[in-house]
Design a protein around this ligand. Structure first.
Ligand SMILES: Nc1nc2c(c(=O)[nH]1)N[C@H]1C(S)=C(S)[C@@H](COP(=O)(O)OP(=O)(O)OC[C@H]3O[C@@H](n4cnc5c(=O)[nH]c(N)nc54)[C@H](O)[C@@H]3O)O[C@H]1N2
Ligand SMILES: Nc1nc2c(c(=O)[nH]1)N[C@H]1C(S)=C(S)[C@@H](COP(=O)(O)OP(=O)(O)OC[C@H]3O[C@@H](n4cnc5c(=O)[nH]c(N)nc54)[C@H](O)[C@@H]3O)O[C@H]1N2
Ligand SMILES: [Mo]
Length: 748
């Protein structure tokens, strides 16, 4: 890869607070660089407002869609990325053959601007060439129709796709005949969904924004909201000012969780801002299961159990309590790296709190024992009756702005029977019920020559997935790769024999169909569903909406398939919402209800009931699993910098962590650097160790950083080359991107 990425790395001490005025200045600069301020300001005024569009940044909910400026620095960067004035024109493709694009960094690819026309790379060719939409869609249809089985194609989705597009996409894929619907969720909150469905009967969070205000205690575990969910910090700061205690459990001291300066308040502009965390536990990577078991043991010893709730609403308490009796304190100390006093202090806070919420994100979901860890968190909450009452509950904070909605709409390789029954009722065909491939299984199937076509609705499949070398070779074995995209990325340079890029509208853009301007709907992290309307002029006249692409493709592929009104759906998106209302569980009268927004039913939150087979919440026994890292090795977590959105790199600074001008850094405890025989600032290779051999990521600068002993951190996607394909979480199958055993070697 060329070195255009690194314009001189600088390292400062990490910051002790997030946001404040500098964040506003940075966001205006991002907007100015990409869009120009006037067009940019017009876009901003519409973010998260009643007549506006849903911010494509993250899935944190908006208070009531009326606050003046419902956006944050990183939301502005996400909008600037898609509203950019830069365009990829026809001559670009001849100047940059695929062999050239392959040498470019993700940052460079993203900087080239919006895709404007469909392009096609023929078998044997090294260049994309502009083609007509008809030609492009005919090519995909003829390839799909020629497959010996529908299971020889796999259909990926990233989490920005609207509910309407997701609903039609899964319908098309199921009418075609397969459940091969891998999605970014498989790499994200799948572990949360698995653990929660089994224990409380619903794979989603059980709290609303109001609950965060009512909580006495909020635990933020394995999440970095200062960068990834900045609007959450304002909610936390408000709660803290009203007396809610906030505890952070994280190997890194993340600035936003230490102190927050809200630029939308006067004391945020002038003062020192609000302290966020009352206690900050710098836990070892993967120590959370041990921590929550030891907290539970202390709660039991103190008799801090809501007996009435446990007896009436739960099963499995006796077995769980018995299993905790044999918890080994030394094992807890080894796994967590925390002192007994620290754990006692947190246990004391839990015992005193009458309403506790636990929030978490990728720091918990991307480990081998993730599902067990999250089940153990549910156990702790159940003990004190902290599920299904005001100010209490589970809060898995989602990533992509509509990843939760996509699941509700059926983007799922193992579809719920109620959805399949709905499809059969509505459209008169029997959809496949055998589970399809998730992300990791899709890669295995491509690698083993069992899949010929990879279609992706958004996202950046080859960069976001694990084991880059294996994945890229697997994708290259496909006969055809198809990406529906807004911007150029690595997945367009690593192609099958033939490849198509189909350019699409962004969420900010006006979408006009036969019946006039259209709206779409989305669901946030707290199950609130509302409309989103784009208003800006599209980046090119030739863009089709994701919905139009699916409808036009489906008509070509399913010529003798079930009677589905694809043209009607495309002409008027309200008819899609009406169909959703008849088909998707919990969405009755969807088209009407979504006009004013509504909240999806949530039995634990709404009525303290549990949709498990026995209608009870389940305590579970999860044997403690400790990742013992061999001597001389480190446990690496792969994280996001402040200047990226997953695989989209906005810039080269990780402002709050004090890293500027480059991304190939590895953060390691200074004592480990010395003990391993290296010096701060030295260049090293990261080598991961797995049962099938080593994997190497060359050329990282060692940065001494306050992380617990034995732990390391570096950015993804650069480090995905180190994550073995077969290293996945039990039950959920999520790649273990937060716990990879590595050794350091002097740079080659
Ligand atoms: N600006 C911006 N916003 C985003 C994204 C983005 O890339 N950029 N991505 C979006 C998406 S898809 C998602 S899923 C979310 C991701 O949001 P986060 O989960 O906040 O993202 P990560 O950078 O993966 O951060 C993981 C955090 O967990 C901590 N951690 C790692 N391992 C452990 C562990 O074993 N135990 C504990 N307790 N903590 C641990 C890390 O130190 C880090 O603070 O953000 C969404 N929002
Ligand atoms: N090592 C490691 N790997 C990880 C993670 C990690 O923490 N560590 N995190 C994982 C997580 S949580 C996630 S969610 C995945 C993310 O995986 P993906 O969702 O696949 O990746 P993104 O980078 O979000 O996708 C960006 C691309 O989406 C396209 N795009 C943007 N907006 C739109 C739109 O409106 N429509 C369409 N059609 N396309 C659009 C653009 O072309 C852009 O280049 O990565 C996972 N990979
Ligand atoms: Mo995610």
């Amino acid at each position: 890869m060329r070195d255009e990425d690194d314009d001189g790395l600088r390292v400062r001490p990490p910051a002790e607070h997030a946001a404040g005025v500098p964040a506003v200045i940075r966001s205006l600069k991002a907007l100015h660089d990409q869009v120009g301020l006037v067009r940019g300001a017009r876009a901003l005024l519409r973010i998260n407002q009643k007549q506006g569009f849903d911010c494509p940044g993250c899935a944190w909910p908006e208070a009531d869609h009326r606050s003046k400026a419902a956006f944050c620095e990183n939301g502005v960067k996400a909008v600037a990325e898609v509203t950019t004035d830069r365009r990829i024109t026809d001559d670009f493709w001849a100047e940059h053959p695929i062999s050239d694009l392959k040498q470019r960094s993700g940052y460079w690819l993203g900087q080239q601007g919006r895709l404007t026309r469909p392009v096609y790379k023929a078998p044997g060719s090294d260049t994309y060439e502009p083609v007509l939409w008809e030609t492009a869609l005919d090519l995909v249809a003829s390839e799909l129709r020629s497959l010996s089985s529908p299971d020889r194609a796999t259909f990926y989705t990233s989490g920005r796709t609207s509910n309407e597009a997701a609903y039609l996409y899964q319908l098309f894929v199921r009418a075609f005949g397969t459940n091969n619907l891998p999605d970014c969720s498989n790499m994200c909150h799948e572990s949360s969904g698995s653990a929660l469905t089994q224990t409380i009967g619903i794979g989603k969070g059980t709290v609303s924004l109001e609950d965060l205000g009512k909580a006495e205690l909020i635990l933020i575990v394995g999440q970095n909201p200062g960068t990834n969910h900045p609007r959450m910090l304002a909610t936390l700061a408000d709660a803290h000012r009203q007396g809610t205690q906030i505890i952070t459990i994280n190997p890194l001291r993340e600035a936003g969780l230490v102190r927050f300066k809200d630029p939308q308040r006067l004391d945020g502009v002038l003062g020192k801002g609000t302290v966020i965390s009352d206690q900050y536990l710098q836990i070892r990577i993967n120590g959370d299961q041990a921590l929550f078991q030891s907290l539970a043991k202390r709660l039991l010893e103190a008799g801090a159990v809501d007996r009435e709730f446990v007896d009436r609403s739960c099963t499995g308490f006796a077995d769980y309590a018995a299993a905790l009796g044999s918890l080994d304190d030394d094992a807890v100390a080894r796994a967590t790296g925390l002192t007994r006093d620290e754990i006692d202090e947190l246990a004391g806070r839990l015992i005193r709190s009458k309403a506790t919420i636990v929030c978490w994100a990728m720091g918990l979901t991307q480990h081998k024992n993730s599902v067990a860890t999250i089940r153990d968190i549910v156990n702790v909450l159940l003990l004190q009756g902290n599920i299904g009452k005001p100010g209490a509950g589970v809060c898995p904070v989602r990533g992509h702005s509509n990843v939760q909605g996509d699941r509700s709409m059926g983007i799922w390789e193992s579809p719920p029977p109620a959805l399949l029954a709905g499809i059969e009722r509505e459209f008169g065909f029997t959809p496949p019920s055998v589970p399809g491939h998730d992300v990791v299984d899709s890669i295995r199937a491509m690698r083993d020559g069992q899949v010929d076509v990879l279609m992706a609705m958004g996202g950046n499949f080859v960069a976001a997935t694990p084991d880059t070398a294996v994945t890229e070779a697997a994708v290259a074995r496909c006969r055809l790769t198809v990406s529906v995209s807004t911007k150029l990325n690595r997945s367009h340079a690593v192609t099958g024999e033939a490849s198509l890029i189909l350019p699409t509208l962004g969420r900010t853009e006006l979408d006009v169909q036969a019946s006039g301007p259209q709206e779409v709907s989305v669901e946030d992290s707290m199950s609130m569903v509302h409309l989103s309307r784009g208003r800006l002029k599209p980046a090119s006249d030739e863009l089709l909406s994701e919905i139009a692409i699916v409808c036009q493709l489906a008509r070509r592929v399913l010529v003798d398939g079930p009677a589905i009104p694809w043209q009607g759906f495309q002409d008027d998106y309200r008819t899609i919402r009406e169909s959703i209302g008849r088909v998707v569980p919990d969405c009755q009268d969807y088209a009407d209800k979504v006009e004013d927004g509504f909240t999806m039913p949530n039995p634990p939150r709404d009525s303290r009931t549990f949709s498990t087979p026995d209608a009870k919440a389940h305590f579970t026994v999860n044997p403690l699993e400790i990742l013992d890292v061999p001597r001389g090795r480190l446990l690496l977590q792969t994280i996001r910098s402040h200047d990226q959105y997953n695989t989209t790199i906005y810039g080269l600074d990780d402002h709050y962590r004090g890293i500027e001008g480059g991304r190939r850094v590895v953060l390691v405890n200074p004592a480990d650097i010395t003990e391993l025989g290296f010096t701060d600032g030295e260049m090293v290779d990261l080598v991961s160790e797995w049962r099938d051999g080593d994997r190497r990521a060359p050329g990282f600068r060692l940065v001494g950083y306050p992380t617990p002993r034995g732990c390391a951190a570096a950015y993804f996607p650069e480090t995905n080359v180190l994550v073995p394909l077969d290293s996945t979480a039990d039950t959920s199958g999520t790649p273990t991107s937060k716990s990879i055993v590595i050794r350091l070697e002097p740079a080659t």
